[in-house]
Write a protein that binds this ligand. Structure first.
Ligand SMILES: [Zn+2]
Length: 123
């Protein structure tokens, strides 16, 4: 792979990594016990009288909001992991090869997704 192309992809990966980390930081905190894992913060709604109609509705809203956050957190987290793994492969010199068969992944595919781990055949 050409060095200039590799650097272009590295740049794209680093930018995506920073963007994903910033998005995660806006509603989650990194888990100090597990590298790469993030914990969503429970949304803070105004407390209401317990058992009242509005309180039950609010609790339902909180749970719904929290579930949305968890789903978003999960997808950001797994994408961030892929991006970091691609950067690790770049540093190890194994970047751009299919993790299954070892064939070179096409430049078009890498341009579309610089974190691609497999070629077309094994994706
Ligand atoms: Zn393959």
């Amino acid at each position: 792979m050409e060095q200039a192309f590799l650097e272009e992809l590295r740049h794209a990966l680093e930018q995506e990594r920073d963007k994903l980390a910033a998005e995660l930081k806006s509603f989650a905190r990194p888990d100090p016990k597990m590298a790469g894992d993030w914990d969503s913060q429970m949304p803070q709604f105004e407390p209401a009288e317990h058992g009242s109609h509005s309180s039950l509705e609010e609790e339902a809203d909180e749970v719904e909001e929290y579930e949305t956050r968890l789903a978003t957190e999960h997808s950001l987290e797994s994408r961030l992991l892929q991006v970091n793994q691609a950067l690790t492969r770049m540093n190890a010199g194994t970047y751009g090869k299919c993790a299954k068969c070892g064939k070179e992944i096409s430049p078009e595919r890498l341009r579309a997704n610089p974190a691609a781990e497999f070629d077309m055949e094994h994706s």
